[in-house]
Design a protein around this ligand. Structure first.
Ligand SMILES: [Zn+2]
Length: 461
């Protein structure tokens, strides 16, 4: 299995640092608003990575932080006149609802920044003690000049970093433009914590360092994020962590590319800015959105268009129809070697795809080839029951990674199936008026019923 490591700038063979267990850290959301669909591209990529590692037999221990204190969360709470925690709780809850909507597996731990201030203070103190940080009034800054490896991840040289460094209004006192705040002095009206450097609040970068070290140790296997995080956030994480512990921070850095909308960068001013909830409100199926987000390779920009979402919905329907067909086909009398070979080939190609830097588009290509060829085999009476059962089992197995085939419509199937049972009961007692009413009700929702000797099947059209 190989992954492209941003630090090495090439694909490297992946092996966990310890035994079979993969320790992974993922930069999570700032909980000040609903996450936009570009954020979910990264979370779906990380979900795929996690699921792929588990599918290939590894045990995964994943940590995703929740940034619940920063300028935006503080501003949001102030504008509503409520405590910070009450404000961020709302968006933490929304975030988890959105993860469920997209069938994203939960990480093992979701530490909140405000619950880990003592751990951050301890690392800031260690950096001060080692001469990697300095105090200016009540604030503490990391001294980039004290860490010569700075810039290795992004490949930026010192001059570029200087040119790119933005001096925030409240940071004018730092001695070098590249330096960044580890601790920000208390400001009137803002939440604060006590520390040996005086009352204040932690900087954003130190949060990920403190929480990853706490839950994963000083060195762990994989750190992920969007390409936006490479500089300065991940560069700063490396500097703080390695300066504090004296050990290598991360073995593999994986970053996913942007989501663009109709070929353009998503932005509020262009009016092409969508939350996940916006897309659902437009009538897009949650799993079609998930399918779309996983259908492009994570290192390539992905272009969100109405047509792409509709194609994803159609592709999903092909998978669902195939699944349903496998469940009801009785099978041919005897097995045919070419059908067995098709299954063998598909399984091998699916695995080769994911093992090659999580090339899920390649795995999906193999899966859709199988759907087409196996359907043809069924049409021609060439697929026997053992092959049908094996194809069905392969869908279940592949779906441990894809998460779109078995779920179909989270929370929605039961209601439809209950209505179908009600209709069958009505037909049994020859109450055709009720049976027809249920059929019409479902048809109005775009669900078509098909009565076969094996029972009634349904599909969306
Ligand atoms: Zn982070």
């Amino acid at each position: 299995m190989v992954f492209y490591d941003t630090m090495a700038r090439q694909k490297r063979e992946f092996r966990p640092l310890e035994g079979n267990r993969v320790r992974m850290y993922t930069c999570g959301p700032t909980v000040y608003d609903y996450a936009h669909v570009g954020n979910f591209r990264a979370y779906v990529f990380e979900d795929l990575l996690r699921r792929w590692l588990k599918f290939r037999g590894y045990e995964v221990y994943q940590v995703m932080n929740l940034t619940d204190v920063d300028d935006k969360t503080i501003r949001g709470a102030q504008s509503e006149g409520i405590p910070l925690r009450e404000y961020t709780d709302r968006y933490v809850k929304a975030f988890f609802e959105d993860l469920d909507t997209l069938n994203i597996e939960r990480a093992e731990v979701y530490p909140r920044a405000t619950d880990h201030v003592p751990e951050m203070v301890e690392i800031v103190q260690r950096l001060l003690d080692k001469g990697h940080a300095y105090r200016v009034d009540g604030s503490v800054y990391f001294s980039v000049a004290s860490f010569p490896a700075y810039g290795a991840l992004s490949g930026m040289n010192v001059d570029e970093v200087m040119a790119g460094a933005r001096v925030e209004q409240d940071e004018y006192e730092k001695t070098d433009a590249r330096d960044f705040a580890l601790w920000k002095e208390r400001k009137e009206g803002e939440p604060y914590w006590h520390s040996p450097f005086g009352p204040g609040r932690p900087g954003w970068h130190i949060e990920c360092t403190a929480m990853s070290i706490k839950y994963l140790g000083p060195t762990f296997d994989i750190h992920t994020g969007g390409v936006d995080n490479i500089f300065p956030h991940h560069e700063n994480e490396i500097a703080q962590s390695e300066a504090a512990t004296g050990q290598k921070f991360v073995n593999f850095w994986l970053h996913c590319a942007h989501l663009i909308v109709e070929g353009e960068k998503m932005s509020k001013s262009k009016g092409n800015f969508f939350t996940l909830r916006d897309l659902i409100a437009q009538g897009h199926h949650p799993l079609a959105i998930r399918f779309f987000l996983l259908s492009g390779h994570y290192r390539h920009p992905l272009n969100l268009t109405q047509a792409a979402l509709e194609q994803s919905r159609a592709a999903l329907q092909r998978l669902w129809d195939f699944r349903d067909r496998l469940e009801r086909e009785p099978g041919a009398a005897e097995s045919h070697p070419e059908v067995i070979a098709l299954l063998d080939r598909t399984y091998k190609e699916f695995i080769e795809g994911g093992d090659d830097d999580l090339n899920i588009p390649r795995s999906l290509g193999a899966l859709f080839d199988m759907v087409r060829e196996f359907n043809a085999a069924l049409d021609n009476g060439l697929a026997a029951k053992p092959e049908i059962d094996r194809a069905r089992e392969m869908l279940r197995e592949f779906d441990r990674v894809l998460g779109v085939i078995e779920a179909r419509e989270p929370g929605g199937d039961e209601r439809i199936e209950a209505l179908i049972r009600e209709r069958e009961e009505a037909r049994k007692r020859r109450d055709f008026a009720t049976a027809d009413r249920i059929r019409e009700q479902l048809r109005a929702e775009g669900i078509v019923l098909e009565d076969t000797p094996q029972g009634t099947h349904w599909k969306r059209v």
